[in-house]
Design a protein around this ligand. Structure first.
Ligand code: ADP
Ligand code: ZN
Length: 728
């Protein structure tokens, strides 16, 4: 049991308010444990906090106020405190902001009153109205999750009386709050799939590591379809057998539906879920049950790392290379790295699974810091797709057309065989540029340094930086010319239009994040496509990730050069990963697959490496370049972003920082910039970036703190530190 403080004893409480350090309070009636979640008075307000340790005193003790009450949840464990402190130090985030991530349980401080919740009941409705059907659709789509009356009526877009009407008929069940309802037990000993020799060997190694109950990280590298998921599900089973909890992180919420079904089939019950698509009611329940050890497995997004696990024994990071693991807003952290940190503190194993690992993980495995397991062959009869380049210089294509004759022939061939084809273009919307043919003006966002992208599906222009939308103007905003605005370049919507013209008989499905109002609509669409509900799939990045489309045998990449043009040193790695990942969608079942890459520079080393499949060779060459440049993972980096409505102000401060670089130089680090940030203006704020670069052994965080501590940051300016930036 954690240390206990008697009533009246002085304790230090860390609140979620932006204060420096902790505040002292007196323990309430009945006392409290270290780590207890409490409500404390702060000025006239009540705020949430955690009992962080014994009080520090040093002030007039008669003035110390009392904790108002202790919340009805398990106290924060000491290892969670350590994790938050270390994560705060690593990312240079104030501790209260870190604590906010760990207290994201909605209604955590609600009084423990019973609420009513609603689920699917037993009876069929006698009379279905459109409104009633909407309610049932919501309940069915969320597969048994519970809603409060407000959540359910809002999600269905109906009045609460519609729900009440269904309750009266017994179609919807009304229950007391499930916040204390444990999850169904998962059974690790149900018979799983029979593993191949290769898979069995990997499972044995992981199970042995898990049996040690200590920290370790394994890079599980396997081509798409090799059974990585099967293997790590057995690692989850091994963890459950030891009575410890497991967390599986996934990069895309859209993937969870298919994945949960698989997990349920393996363990006989559904795990807990943690992501933005889960109802508030369920999140409250999950948070609490995780803390009591009653939720054995959590499947979630990166924020699930901050759940109060009682005894976490395994963290799986699926598609570990995925850039969406980096949180780019608020607290900047990489969930993959934080998973390793958390596991090292609580004595858990980490499995990093990917077909195309990040260079970071690859080099950690090379250096012996991570164990490495390889699954080089696809399961069963499935073979890796054949990869081919289409040399666009040799194809005759009219302007404003992007599907080459060679690709067109290949698609026609698939359609005749009743198989599916995927056309991949990593660009949302209809066209990336809207240009006035009269004056040359390009429509830009009023608040950002970005173009407005035409979305015909939504009938609007949209800024992909800030989300601002505007109607498509009839005349040029600059010269007033009428009817001269033209769409330039392809987006997925325009590609879909072209495909519809070329293949009028085919059923075409477009998968792009902004075509779906909800994650649920997207899930449904994916299930439909997987079942053969489309002949041609047109998609962005969204389809590259892990979906299983058994009928898909052809992948056409419209613009394989897209990621290779920028100055970003990670461009090659990203392109390599994305292309291999997309290509891996083809031929997952018995049918052989082909991936065709349209490229204007098929002799480019990255394109050649993608085609030849020489991954080790590619990684070694890439590692050599980065080592030479002294950038991650062979050097350390931090980005400092300064933003303000006033451009002069951010440049002045940036220049001052660049001048006063002595603390960095003394530590062995160097500063570059200030330069306009990769996105130079967002939401009306100008942004400049300084990059700090240091050799591996340098204590970068300390040097950065000493350095930025020298300057006074004007109130209008926001200074954000980004340790290990994604682009450099
Ligand atoms: P990955 O995660 O590496 O892409 P999966 O685990 O999804 O691979 O496996 C690909 C497909 O092969 C899935 O449909 C999976 O059910 C099947 N599969 C993999 N291993 C086995 C096995 N040992 N027995 C039966 N089916 C398997
Ligand atoms: Zn904008």
């Amino acid at each position: 049991m954690p240390p206990f403080f008697d009533q009246g004893e002085l304790v230090a409480v860390l609140t979620t308010q932006p204060l420096d350090g902790t505040l002292d309070y007196r323990a309430p009636e009945g006392g409290c444990h270290m780590g207890a979640f409490v409500e404390v008075p702060l000025g006239p307000r009540k705020v949430l906090g955690v009992v962080w340790g014994p009080g520090e005193g040093g002030f007039d003790l008669k003035k110390a106020r009392s904790i108002i009450r202790v919340l009805d949840v398990a106290p924060m464990r000491e290892e969670m405190q350590s994790f938050l402190i270390r994560a705060a130090q690593y990312t240079l985030t104030p501790l209260p902001a870190m604590l906010r991530l760990a207290t994201r349980a909605p209604g955590l401080s609600d009084p423990p009153s019973m609420r009513k919740v609603y689920r699917l009941g037993q009876r069929e409705p006698d009379r279905e109205t459109a409104a009633r059907r909407k309610v049932l659709e919501v309940l069915e789509a969320y597969g048994g999750l519970a809603f409060t009356l407000k959540e359910l009526s809002e999600e269905a877009g109906v009045s609460s009386s519609v729900v009440k009407g269904l309750v009266a008929q017994g179609v919807v069940a009304e229950e007391d709050s499930p916040r204390d309802l444990p999850f169904a037990r998962l059974d690790p000993d149900r018979p799983g799939k029979e593993l191949t020799e290769e898979q069995g060997a990997a499972v044995a190694r992981l199970a042995e590591a898990i049996g040690q109950d200590s920290y370790g990280t394994t890079l599980l590298r396997g081509v798409t379809g090799s059974g990585k998921t099967e293997v790590y599900l057995e690692a989850v089973a091994a963890c459950l057998r030891r009575g410890r909890q497991a967390l599986v992180l996934l990069p895309e919420i859209a993937l969870t539906a298919e994945f949960l079904t698989r997990l349920q089939a393996r363990f006989g019950a559904r795990p807990a879920e943690w992501h933005s698509g889960v109802t508030m009611t369920e999140r409250r329940r999950t948070w609490k049950m995780v803390g009591q050890g009653e939720a054995q497995v959590v499947v979630g997004a990166r924020s699930a790392l901050f759940l109060p696990f009682q005894d976490l024994g395994l963290i799986v990071v699926d598609e570990e290379h995925d850039t969406s693991y980096k949180q780019e807003d608020g607290v900047l952290y990489n969930a993959r790295d934080m998973a390793v940190l958390r596991a090292s503190i609580c004595g858990a194993q980490v499995v990093l699974a990917s077909a195309t690992p990040s260079l970071e993980s690859w080099s950690n495995a090379e250096a012996g810091k991570y164990a490495r397991l390889d699954l080089p062959t696809r399961f069963g009869a499935a073979v890796l797709p054949e990869l081919r380049a289409i040399d666009m210089r040799a194809e005759s294509l009219p302007s404003n057309r992007w599907i080459s004759p060679s690709l067109q022939r290949a698609v026609t061939d698939r359609l005749e065989k009743g198989e599916q084809a995927l056309l991949f273009l990593n660009r949302r919307g209809y066209a990336p540029v809207t240009l006035c043919r009269a004056c040359g003006h390009q429509i830009g966002c009023a608040h950002c340094d970005a173009r407005m992208v035409e979305h015909r599906f939504l009938k609007r222009l949209m800024c992909h930086q800030c989300g601002e939308t505007a109607p498509m103007p009839e005349t040029c905003p600059s010269c007033d010319a009428e009817g001269r605005l033209a769409a330039v370049g392809p987006g997925v919507e325009r590609l879909a239009e072209e495909a519809a013209e070329l293949f009028p008989e085919a059923r075409i499905a477009t998968l792009s994040s902004d075509m779906f109002g909800t994650a649920r609509a997207l899930k449904e669409q994916i299930v439909q496509i997987a079942g053969g509900g489309a002949d041609i799939i047109i998609g962005t990045q969204l389809v590259a990730k892990g979906h299983n489309f058994p009928l898909l045998t052809l992948v056409g990449v419209i613009d394989a050069d897209l990621g290779l043009q920028g100055s970003d040193l990670r461009g090659a790695e990203r392109t390599f990963q994305l292309m291999r990942q997309v290509a891996g969608r083809a031929g997952r079942a018995e049918k052989a697959g082909v991936a065709m890459l349209q490229s204007f520079q098929p002799e480019h080393p990255v394109i050649r490496a993608i085609l030849s499949g020489d991954e080790e060779g590619f990684w070694r060459a890439e590692a050599e370049e980065r080592r030479h440049a002294g950038v991650p993972p062979y050097g350390r980096m931090a980005g400092i972003i300064l933003s303000s409505p006033d451009m002069q102000q951010v440049f002045d401060l940036g220049n001052e920082l660049a001048r006063r670089d002595a603390p960095l130089r003394q530590a062995g680090a160097q500063v570059f910039g200030p330069a306009p940030a990769p996105i130079a203006r967002i939401r009306g704020r100008h942004r400049v970036r300084l990059l700090v670069k240091a050799p591996k052994g340098v204590a970068l965080q300390g040097a950065v703190v000493a350095w930025i501590g020298q300057v006074r940051v004007p109130t209008q300016v926001r200074l954000t530190v980004d340790i290990d930036p994604q682009s450099f």
